[in-house]
Design a protein around this ligand. Structure first.
Ligand code: C2E
Ligand code: CA
Ligand code: CA
Ligand code: CA
Length: 277
């Protein structure tokens, strides 16, 4: 067993070091990215199904790495969360989204909403409210144009604190969406007690909407549950006309997905809004 253990050690150690090194590089890279303006936001349209126009966007972070090119948030957000860098990054996202809304307003673009993703750790930060207040105040953006997308895990790690936080956010006037709905473990009881304005049907359900009767049933259930709680419903990851037909038939409020557009730079999004979506 001792022999075995030593072999295991020799076998695994270099691999572990490589992974730690990679993480450290990612962490240092992210710090530099923040300082040197390598981060940007792309905007994915949200379409109101009742009239087919673009009414808002989800802001999605992009990292233009000088050597690696575009790095996916799926690769660096988890590291940012582990290291706490998500807090300054999240602050950058909120400030950038508000400055963009301000710029669009000055250009005379019709009012749109921008939803920013808030990770669990950021949501539990006492200072989030202060950051939002300051970003809205300094840009004079109306609070109702800024939405926050929080995940079930983000709000369920401390539900009682979440209830207080959501009440404060309601007072400020920013709207809150429950992201990736159906993939976590939020109880129906909390769904009622949380002051949530909308839920997003996770793309894993939307993907098989027209081929899986179970996923179709879940989507219908989420839509009617949300509506009976006075919440609006956004379907994400909509890629086909058949999925869109289904969502229309069951009165989903908004859709987001490649069928309409991928996440695009701010200028491209503004043109889309001007052309009426
Ligand atoms: P998410 O919040 O669930 O965002 C939706 C993801 O689905 C985005 O991936 C989007 O580009 C992608 N998507 C949109 N429409 C379609 C479609 O029709 N088909 C498919 N297959 N995918 C679609 P993205 O931009 O790579 O972001 C991945 C995740 O990274 C996000 O998932 C979110 O959890 C996180 N993230 C992105 N930006 C931020 C940010 O600013 N802050 C934080 N905390 N997390 C972020
Ligand atoms: Ca989201
Ligand atoms: Ca989502
Ligand atoms: Ca997701």
């Amino acid at each position: 067993a001792k022999e075995q253990g030593r072999n295991d050690f020799r076998f695994y150690a270099p691999e572990m070091n490589a992974r730690m090194l990679e993480r450290l590089e990612l962490e240092n890279g992210l710090r530099r990215a923040l300082e040197q303006d390598e981060l940007e936001l792309h905007y994915q349209p949200k379409v109101e199904l009742a009239h087919g126009r673009v009414v808002g966007a989800e802001a999605l972070i992009r990292w233009r790495h000088p050597v690696l090119g575009m790095v996916s948030p799926a690769d660096f957000i988890p590291v940012a969360e582990e290291t706490g860098l998500i807090v300054p990054i999240g602050e950058w996202v909120i400030n950038t989204a508000c400055r963009q809304l301000q710029a669009w307003r000055e250009e005379g673009l019709p009012d749109v909403s921008v939803a920013v993703n808030v990770s669990a750790r950021q949501f539990q930060q006492a200072d989030l409210v202060g950051v939002l207040d300051e970003a809205l105040r300094s840009t004079e953006v109306p609070a109702r144009q800024l939405h926050l997308e929080v995940t079930e895990s983000g709000v369920m790690s401390n539900p009682e604190r979440t209830i207080v936080m959501l009440r404060t956010l309601k007072e400020i006037g920013v709207l809150v969406s429950l992201d990736d709905f159906g993939t976590g473990y939020s109880s129906l009881n909390y769904l009622k007690r949380f002051l949530i304005d909308s839920v997003k049907i996770d793309q894993s359900f939307v993907a098989d909407l027209t081929t899986s009767s179970e996923d179709a049933a879940i989507a219908r259930m989420v839509i009617s549950l949300a509506h009976s709680l006075n919440q609006t419903v956004v379907a994400e990851g909509v890629e086909t006309a058949a999925q869109l037909d289904f969502l229309r038939r069951y009165h989903c409020d908004q859709m987001q997905g490649y069928l309409c557009s991928r996440p695009i730079p701010a200028a491209a999004f503004a043109s889309l809004v001007r052309d009426g979506g």
